[in-house]
Ligand binder design. Structure first.
Ligand code: GLN
Length: 283
């Protein structure tokens, strides 16, 4: 490995059997962005640049971790969400593009001047993006101290003010920590335990199970709890948004209806899967 362009060749050589071409191509761009702050265009323009020894060693170390299926976002320590860089680590879910679609939906509906509660902070990608792109006043809650810590760092770096609450939504006391809100949003854990076997090891071995999985026999555990909480702390006419499991849309809709919500709308993500839902609390 002597030149910038050799990194791609090295990735192909070392990871050929573990990852498809599209992923190796994406790793190359991640590595070049991380090491040299290169855009994809810079990567082409500077293909013949010579690599110093430090960079070569760094690439080798990164490729070793990739070979162990560590997600590239955890290796570089950040991910992109709604146009901004978010620090991440093993304690938070790597922000997903389908969650950007949920944020886009909310912003299009207008969140200016609204009070919003986000349940399940993680990296802070949802609440921070809402605060960054509107004049909403945003509160976010998580059970994980580690998650709140990293989300607070992200909020500070991205220069937004957010109110953080450390609490377990499964515990009834949570209501004491809350105020009233115009909008509630959540991307709670919804992947079934039984899906673990089908998932790639970069997710199952490295991402926090606390943020991902639910028991097969209680798949809507967080949805029913959050809907209950929302029916108590949403202002009249308030809106609840969820990211959902693609096979559970109708069940979540039913749950919302039973708890006093109406005007329920299900939307698909870019892959055409039922991925998000919106509901109004009846006045
Ligand atoms: N969409 C995530 C995934 O597919 C899951 C997010 C969640 O459980 N809330 O891994």
């Amino acid at each position: 490995m002597q030149k910038v362009k050799d990194i791609r060749r090295y990735l192909d050589q070392m990871l050929n059997e573990k990852y498809p071409n599209t992923e190796r191509r994406s790793f190359n761009l991640w590595i070049l962005e991380y090491l040299f702050d290169f855009s994809p265009t810079d990567a082409i323009m500077n293909a013949e640049d010579l690599l110093d020894e430090k960079s070569v060693i760094k690439v080798q170390q990164m490729v070793e971790l990739l070979a162990e299926h560590k997600p590239i976002q955890q290796i570089v320590g950040y991910s992109w969400f709604y146009g901004h860089k978010f620090s991440i680590n093993e304690e938070v879910l790597i922000p997903r593009p389908e969650t950007e679609e949920l944020v886009a939906w909310m912003l299009k509906d207008q969140t200016n001047d609204k009070s919003i509660l986000d349940i399940g902070t993680g990296s802070g990608c949802i609440p921070i993006s809402l605060a960054k792109n509107s004049t909403a006043s945003v509160t976010t809650l998580d059970i994980s101290e580690g998650a709140l810590k990293i989300a607070a760092c992200n909020a500070k770096r991205l220069n937004v003010k957010i109110n953080f609450i450390l609490a377990d939504i499964l515990n009834l006391d949570v209501l004491n920590a809350l105020s009233t809100y115009d909008v509630i949003v959540s991307n709670p854990p919804y992947v079934l335990d039984s899906d673990k076997e089908l998932m790639s090891s970069n997710v199952v071995d490295y991402e926090p199970h606390l943020a991902l999985f639910v028991p097969n026999n209680d798949a809507l555990k967080y949805y029913s709890k959050i809907t209950e909480i929302a029916s108590r702390v949403l202002n009249p006419g308030g809106i609840l948004y969820f990211e959902i499991h693609e096979l559970k849309a109708l069940e979540v809709k039913h749950l919302l209806k039973n708890k006093g919500f109406s005007s329920i709308e299900i939307r698909q993500d870019m892959q055409g899967k039922d991925r998000m839902i919106k509901a109004l609390l009846n006045v």
